[in-house]
Design a protein around this ligand. Sequence first.
Ligand SMILES: Cc1cc2nc3c(=O)[nH]c(=O)nc-3n(C[C@H](O)[C@H](O)[C@H](O)COP(=O)(O)O)c2cc1C
Length: 215
Amino acid sequence: MMQEDLSKYRKSYEKWELLEANVPDNPIQLFQTWFYEVEENGGVDETNAMSVSTIGLDGFPKTRVVLLKKYTYEGFIFYTNYLSEKGKAMTQNPNVCLSFFWASMERQVIIKGVAEKLAENLSDGYFESRPLGSKLGAVVSPQSEVIPSRKFLEEELKKLEEIYTDEVPRPEYWGGFLVRPQSIEFWQGRPNRLHDRIRYTLTDDYDWKIERLAP
Ligand SMILES: Cc1cc2nc3c(=O)[nH]c(=O)nc-3n(C[C@H](O)[C@H](O)[C@H](O)COP(=O)(O)O)c2cc1C
């Protein structure tokens, strides 16, 4: 029988702290601070990579990584195929969870929110800014569908390359999702497993309530 005991993987988190006295009223400001602190402290590959969890049509949650492309006081934006597994899941149930783990900072951020399709002109603008190869890749891939082979994709791409050499219109099945946050939890690793957890929750009058959670 194969077994691998990982109990010796154990680390003390000692780098930073997260105290009520130092947090801003708005969680997006704290998100921005933490995002830039990753870069300022040596950076990591793909700081903007985040997990997106959805409730699928099959009733199971599913998590996968996407790239955060923009955030504002309104919320968090990423781009994908609207007919992909996640696209269909969010169309049926827009409640999602986004999360970041920045290991080098001993930090995790967990965002619960409601996803909506981004305004078409904003998706157009972002699509337009992508390199030609990425545009064609988005057009050609029936994301999350079963396909016969890699060759199938390559041949489809070749056909498209002959049609489009310059302007590629954004397909209607590809675009952004805006996730409007309802709660944002900031987790800072601390010694002895007494981690700091500060959760912001949106109130009925659009204020943010700040609470400390037990680690
Ligand atoms: C680092 C990284 C970044 C990714 N960025 C995106 C992205 O921005 N959009 C996207 O649709 N898929 C992205 N993917 C692929 C997704 O993880 C996933 O395979 C794909 O979206 C299909 O997911 P679904 O079948 O659950 O819908 C990324 C994967 C990795 C590992």
